[in-house]
Write a protein that binds this ligand. Structure first.
Ligand code: MN
Length: 196
């Protein structure tokens, strides 16, 4: 189970070199969590991760999440990450994902996915290609949806639900740069990291 679920995660990394967490699958928790990591690798992007079945389902969002319900952000599906990844920040020295990582936002979430008007699990919603959820983060709150393109496995859209927390003028990706776990910013870490 451990090897199978996080096989792709393990395959891409050399744990003798990277300080990233080892591939461990955890038990489901009553209050599932989400995490958004700002990751300055070869390109700056935001990794959006949702807990489901003991791992973090993960998408790379080049422009980061928006609070404007009219803006659709491309979210490219990436490999599942271990739950321990939710608190990881620092420097990935070389190899896959080399660069800097901070925890841009994290918190719990509520699954709001449904099919034919009935609630379904995140795993079922993932298969269906339409996940709805409510975030209880520090920076992001309220409803969001991840919707898969009809003609693609990898490409999804991350869209803010039009609710009380929707705000077309706010731009948290630009204005709130500090880690919610530390005072670090990507810029402060980048000063210590030599880009190849
Ligand atoms: Mn990444």
């Amino acid at each position: 189970m451990v090897v199978k679920k996080l096989h792709e995660y393990a395959k891409k990394r050399n744990f003798k070199k990277t300080p990233e967490p080892k591939p461990r699958v955890k038990k489901d928790t009553a209050q599932p969590i989400f995490v958004i990591q700002e990751h300055h690798a070869s390109h700056l992007h935001y990794d959006f991760r949702l807990e489901s079945q003991g791992v973090l389902k993960s998408w790379a969002v080049p422009k980061g999440p928006s609070t404007d319900p009219h803006i659709k952000r491309l979210a490219a599906l990436t490999e599942d990450h271990p739950m321990d990844y939710a608190t990881f920040e620092g420097i990935i020295p070389s190899g896959y994902g080399a660069g800097t990582v901070i925890v841009w936002d994290t918190g719990t979430y509520e699954n709001a996915s449904e099919k034919d008007g009935k609630p379904i699990s995140v795993a079922a919603a993932f298969e269906k290609g339409h996940i709805k959820f409510i975030l209880h983060g520090t920076k992001l709150k309220g409803g969001y949806a991840l919707i898969r393109f009809h003609n693609s496995d990898k490409n999804w859209l991350l869209i803010k639900t039009d609710d009380d927390y929707a705000d077309a003028r706010a731009n948290p990706v630009a204005t709130k740069s500090k880690s919610v776990l530390s005072t670090k910013t990507i810029k402060s870490l980048d000063k210590k990291f030599k880009r190849p």
